[in-house]
Design a protein around this ligand. Structure first.
Ligand code: V1P
Ligand code: CA
Ligand code: ZN
Length: 391
């Protein structure tokens, strides 16, 4: 007996299509759709499906995607494959933003790509209508949350911006929508789409600042504290960014997150919240540089849920697959008010690089902590200064 419950008056729905798992961005590419297979098996293994309405999502339509994206770009995405890519690019100049122009390694054209893109988008749109129709109080799509995609251009592993499409749908029903982004990267695509819009407030927490000796910025290099929405438009002050140095730990993250979110929710009074739960903000992530644990990542979600607003939960980044799966399973349990009968290991596994080259942690030993894994440690004083400025 697993003791999985379904609390009355609090409806959670889960929107997903397993076909997204079959996709492969390429051998060396950090985005691994099979992390969703791991997450799904953990979620089903614990019986969490009995606490939610589960829906097999259908692909989004081209017309739905055109609510934000350029029709030419949507047409390109719907038809492109490794076989016809060169041919299509010649007819369509906009396709130049997919390889070979600049973000080629980040946004490759791979087999089954169209299917993948329209499925994760379809799941987000279904989750959105479960909320707007009043059927669900919380709707989850771990395969969504692709926050970097622009109107006519792919960026940072994101081709269709399912978040922007969802918020546009929500605006038909809700007066104000708050977007919160705990992925380690800046939610630039969503912020840009609504930079003139006072009915949408975007709030991103992310790694920001010098990246390495060659002067490269941490991707995408935007989202400083003075980035507050487009000045001189009604959207000014309806974007907020919390740039964070590497190495931030649980206690520090809890402080900045709760201080900022409580102020923003009290002032903006959103009618609904979209929460992008990118798991690359966890310690030991292959691309991330934060040191937060699964427990704190989950507490961010519980904190927002405790405000009792219609809530859309999306995935995003997350590049150490076992940690991603554990985090999103743990969070599915939190959202459905379940305590997992056997504690899932909330300790992080080290990132692959640290694992292979690691001399200090012998085989079979648990990786104790990720403190001081990164050079520039996050200072309490910097965070306090930031929260004061946000006030
Ligand atoms: O750093 C870059 C660059 C340098 N360029 C010219 C682009 N890209 C990053 C992209 C990170 C995208 C994160 C997406 C998300 O926010 C949402 C799903 O999590 C990047 C990195 C890196 N270390 O930051 N790309 C890659 N690594 C990469 C490595 C191998 C193959 C392909 C891409
Ligand atoms: Ca973020
Ligand atoms: Zn990310």
């Amino acid at each position: 007996e697993l003791g999985i419950t379904r609390p009355a008056g609090h409806k959670v729905s889960f929107h997903y299509n397993s076909h997204v798992e079959d996709m492969h961005f390429g051998k060396t590419h950090p985005m691994k759709p099979w992390r969703l297979t791991l997450a799904k098996h953990l979620i089903l293994g614990f019986g969490l499906q009995y606490s939610m309405d589960t829906y097999e999502a259908v692909a989004a339509g081209k017309d739905e995607v055109e609510a934000f994206h350029d029709p030419d770009y949507v047409d390109f995405l719907s038809r492109v494959s490794p076989n016809n890519f060169r041919e299509l690019s010649e007819i369509a100049h906009f396709a130049a933003s997919i390889p070979p122009r600049h973000d080629g390694d980040n946004c490759p054209v791979f087999d089954g790509m169209s299917t993948y893109l329209f499925l994760y988008t379809g799941a987000t749109l279904e989750a959105t209508s479960a909320l707007t129709s009043g059927q669900s109080d919380v709707a989850i799509n771990w395969s969504g949350g692709l926050h970097h995609a622009h109107k006519g251009e792919a960026s940072g592993f994101c081709y269709i911006n399912d978040i922007v499409l969802s918020i546009l749908d929500m605006l038909r029903v809700y007066p104000r929508v708050l977007y919160i982004d705990i992925d380690v990267h800046h939610g630039d695509g969503v912020e840009e789409a609504f930079q003139r819009q006072p009915r949408v407030m975007t709030l991103s927490f992310h790694r920001y600042g010098p990246y390495d000796d060659t002067g490269h910025k941490f991707f995408p290099g935007t989202g400083d504290l003075d980035d507050i929405g487009l000045r001189g438009t009604p959207g000014e002050h309806f974007a907020l960014n919390v740039p964070i140095p590497s190495g931030i730990d649980d206690r520090q993250y809890k402080y900045v997150f709760e201080e900022t979110c409580s102020r923003v929710i009290d002032a903006f009074k959103p009618s609904a919240v979209v929460l992008q739960c990118g798991a690359d903000s966890l310690g030991g992530d292959r691309l991330g540089q934060f040191n937060i644990n699964i427990r704190q990542h989950g507490e961010c979600i519980s904190y927002i849920q405790s405000r009792r607003l219609p809530l859309l939960i999306l995935g995003g980044g997350g590049y150490t697959a076992r940690n991603v799966a554990r985090a999103w399973c743990h969070e599915t349990a939190l959202l459905t008010s379940n305590t997992l009968p056997e504690q899932i290991p909330l300790d992080l596994v080290p990132r692959p690089e640290a694992f292979s080259g690691n001399k200090t942690h012998g085989e079979g030993k648990m990786y104790p902590s990720f403190e001081r894994l990164h050079k520039n440690e996050c200072k309490d004083a910097e965070l306090e200064f930031m929260v004061k400025k946000i006030e």
